[in-house]
Design a protein around this ligand. Structure first.
Ligand code: F58
Length: 842
């Protein structure tokens, strides 16, 4: 027992008064009113929706805390192996609705709030998204936390508590404008642990000497110290008492560093400046997706977070008084991309420099502990850090990296003595100017397993960027774990009516815990009543989105039209430009028809959403073009309802929850071989929408599961991409003639100053069309025509949708987490049966 625990003979009183949390409507109302009147110091004369949200959040938070405390006690007591998920991004979105559904008391809250004069939807909408991520990678981490808690795995997330999440996007005159996302004004979901801190060192120099006993001592000295303060966020599982912990680190000046003498000597300003410099580390999320820029502050963020997390993990391990050799039996650490790779080096440093282990003994422990997930093959997204930068910021770590490299290259040389070039290719150090550290290679060498995120992607990394490493380590080190999504948020929360309809057919909500049960829906594809209800729900979701569109853009759209959606980060490889060129092509077609012929067309609303990295000029040009095309088409009386083009501002998790359930067709149209997996493709199909897509990422496995007849596939295959790119530079290469007409219209100034879009067109006509927009254009527009035809037969369409949903069971993140647990982490869920019984009795 620790000193701070209450003596045994006094615990009875303690237990007697320990709160048990509300379960009934009356109890909920008591709690919310108490919080509003005391915690928030408001009253019934002064309670707006924000206050109602705050009170509700505090009431649910109380419940979560109790389960959270118990979960942590249970996990400590069970003393099993834990998984630590290190991610620089956790794109959590809102917490209240999720907490209500996971605890299972949303209806209680709904009725209670109604009694007090509020609509639950309005209350939920008051919450600010927790937007600590860019896109797919960050949202995947959030889905994984949900699954790990729901499956009762002893798991912790570790990340950074950015003061500013991903920027808020506004569109002004068709251009993206970035607004800072300060989100911490009122955040009831975090707990500052001012007593849980770690001092993190930067800069300084390395002192190597031999002590009196002849032992080599290495010590990293001087430099500056920044303190990491822990902020804990409860992560509730669905239908289980497990509430795991997400620990986010915030930076502040260390009390040692904060120079009080400066105050006294009148250097007040510079003392405050020091403090601000320390706080800058966790100030802002870098807003790039799939691009690395090598900024010092980003490296500082990475080390700050890795050092604090590792210290915390090691501190917890040491409390168990085990031998170091047992570390990998207690601890598994997953690296979400290469961003946390310094953790590998840091653990080696702790074991060798601080704990005095032999190099090789330490290294065995390190490699058994870590595993690494790769999320991209795009060369511009692979992290490389300049050696001089690391030398200056982390001098001891650079030495360790060189030592790791030396011993790795020696092994390679022994195994492949005749292959001199191999050594240069796989070296952790690239001999560039300046030299750089190849972080992906370091992550591979420091891990026992490396995984890609969809089958095609995992194959591609083995045959392209990591080919040499497959030769060196053998194929078993490289595996695939296809991504998944949590059905709790992406079906039950986002689409409650569809979830309810499914439950009514399957007899329970058990499918939310075992998504393969959805296959029991398939026999109902011939049930007329069921199909009607299905179609009504989709229509209601479209009406809701149409209202949102009207409110935010002023454009009125017809909910009976086909809703065609592409929402994701704006990037050339994701090809929003292909989509908007397709829209212009459709516009030209409409204009060329007589008014009689137009009546036969299927009306369509094309909806875009997504942020461009602030420095990604081409992506911003794509946004500009979409908005300009929308202005023209939406106001052309010849077109009317036949075509509307919408750009939805500030796409984020909570907007995705409105948009995704309202889609008929969504677009996943990346150049084959560029999108590692994609996860929104899964969300759309799970919500009864069909997809148009290339044979890329998880589209391939989605097609295999739901059947080719239910997917609109088009475009060139990944194996042909290289040759096609090559061909663009030879012979008399010409762009697709239909695409050329689109370019001509843009160049005519129809959508405003044609100069604005010159680079976008030039990338295709002059600069080799790297993303194969022209090669795929014909196939794309033909497939869009097929979609129009198919949509006309609503009965057939609904059949496709239902069949697809029924076959989506594979894509739950629960399956994904179980695969990680079995094949990489070697961890077991913690038994909570007893806890559940105690709950049922009380
Ligand atoms: C995404 N990567 C992949 N990176 O693009 C997507 O195919 C995949 O489904 C998803 O990961 C999950 O595996 C991604 O989102 C980033 O945003 C990084 C942020 C930090 C800088 C480098 C890119």
């Amino acid at each position: 027992a620790v000193e701070s625990s209450i003596p045994e003979h006094m615990r009875e009183a303690w237990r007697k008064y320990s709160p048990s949390g509300f379960t009934t409507k009356d109890q909920f109302e008591t709690e919310i009113v108490r919080h509003i009147e005391t915690t928030l110091a408001r009253s019934l004369f002064n309670c707006d929706e924000l206050a109602a949200y705050s009170g509700t959040a505090l009431a649910f938070r109380d419940r979560l805390i109790m389960d959270w405390n118990k979960t942590q006690q249970r996990q400590t007591f069970a003393d099993q192996k834990r998984i630590y998920y290190l991610s620089l991004e956790f794109l959590m979105g809102r917490a209240l609705d999720n907490a209500m559904l996971n605890v299972g008391l949303k209806n209680v809250a709904k009725e209670g709030l109604a009694d007090l004069g509020f609509r639950i939807e309005d209350v939920i909408n008051q919450e600010h998204d927790a937007a600590l991520g860019n896109g797919g990678l960050g949202r995947l981490a959030a889905c994984f936390l949900d699954s790990m808690a729901s499956l009762n795995y002893p798991a912790w997330g570790y990340g950074l508590r950015y003061r500013y999440g991903i920027f808020k996007q506004e569109i002004e005159n068709g251009y993206q404008v970035e607004i800072p996302d300060y989100w911490l004004d009122f955040n009831p979901w975090e707990f500052a642990r001012h007593d849980v801190t770690v001092d993190v060192q930067f800069y300084g120099w390395v002192n190597k000497y031999t002590d009196d006993e002849g032992k080599q001592i290495v010590s990293w000295q001087d430099g500056e110290i920044v303190t990491a303060v822990a902020y804990d966020v409860p992560v509730p599982g669905y239908g289980t008492p497990t509430v795991n912990n997400l620990r986010l680190w915030s930076s502040k000046a260390s009390s040692g560093e904060f120079d009080f003498s400066k105050f006294n000597s009148g250097e007040y300003e510079s003392a405050v400046a020091d403090q601000q410099r320390a706080e800058t580390i966790s100030a802002v999320l870098y807003p790039n997706d799939n691009l690395e820029r090598g900024k010092e502050l980003r490296l500082k963020q990475q080390y700050f977070w890795c050092a604090a997390s590792l210290f915390d993990i090691v501190r917890r391990f040491k409390k168990t008084n085990r031998k170091w050799s047992e570390f990998p039996d207690q601890v598994a650490i997953q690296l979400n991309d290469t961003h946390p790779t310094l953790a590998v080096v840091e653990l080696q440093r702790i074991l060798v420099d601080k704990e005095g282990l032999e190099w090789q003994t330490a290294w065995d422990i390190v490699t058994k502990t870590f595993s690494y997930t790769n999320h991209t093959v795009l060369p511009e997204a692979l992290e490389k850090w300049s050696v001089p930068l690391i030398q200056n910021l982390l001098p001891r770590h650079l030495q360790i990296i060189y030592e790791i490299n030396l011993s790795f290259l020696q092994t390679v040389e022994r195994r492949f003595p005749k292959d001199r070039e191999l050594l240069g290719r796989v070296s952790l150090i690239e001999e560039s100017q300046p030299k750089t550290v190849r972080m992906a290679y370091l992550a591979i060498v420091g891990s026992h397993k490396v995984n890609g995120v969809a089958e095609l992607h995992s194959d591609l990394i083995k045959t392209t960027i990591f080919k040499d490493f497959v030769r060196i380590y053998g194929p078993d080190k490289f595996i695939n774990v296809t991504n998944g999504i949590t059905p709790r948020r992406w079906l039950h929360q986002a689409n409650p009516r569809l979830s309810e309809l499914i439950a009514s057919k399957l007899g329970s909500y058990e499918f939310l815990k075992d998504l393969t049960l959805l296959n029991k829906l398939e026999p109902f594809v011939d049930d007329k009543e069921f199909k009607k209800e299905w179609a009504e729900i989709k229509y209601a979701n479209k009406v809701r989105l149409a209202q949102h569109i009207l409110k935010t853009t002023g454009v009125s759209v017809n909910p009976k039209a086909l809703f065609d959606v592409q929402v994701k980060r704006i990037h050339e490889y994701k090809r929003q430009q292909l989509n908007v060129f397709g829209v212009i092509h459709r516009y030209l077609a409409i204009k060329s028809l007589s008014s009689e012929e137009r009546k036969k067309l299927a009306p369509r609303v094309t909806i875009f959403g997504g942020k461009a990295a602030p420095g990604y000029w081409m992506a911003k040009t794509i946004i500009h073009l979409i908005n300009k095309v929308g202005e023209v088409i939406n106001n052309d009386p010849d077109v009317g309802d036949l075509l509307k083009v919408i750009f939805l501002e500030d796409y984020n998790v909570s907007k995705a929850e409105i948009i995704i359930p309202a889609s008929d067709i969504s677009e996943h149209i990346s150049t084959a071989g560029t999108e590692a997996s994609g996860t929104s493709n899964m969300k759309f199909v799970l919500n009864g929408g069909l997809i148009i897509g290339t044979l890329d990422g998880a589209n391939i496995e989605i097609t295999r599961e739901i059947g080719e007849q239910n997917v609109f596939l088009f475009g060139n295959l990944s194996e042909d991409v290289e040759d096609l790119r090559h061909n663009h530079f030879y012979g008399d290469y010409q762009v697709d003639p239909e695409l050329q007409k689109v370019f001509d219209l843009i160049k005519s100034g129809k959508f405003g100053d044609e100069g604005s879009f010159g680079a976008l067109i030039g990338a295709i006509t002059e600069h080799g069309d790297y993303y194969l927009v022209s090669d795929d254009f014909n196939s794309y527009t033909k497939t869009q025509d097929l979609i129009d035809e198919t949509f006309k037969n609503q009965d057939e369409w609904v059949t496709k949708c239902i069949t697809s949903v029924a076959r989506m069971g594979f894509f739950t993140s629960d399956r994904c987490i179980n695969e990680y647990a079995d094949t990489i982490w070697n961890i077991e869920p913690l038994d909570v049966a007893e806890e559940k019984q105690v709950r049922a009795r009380t």
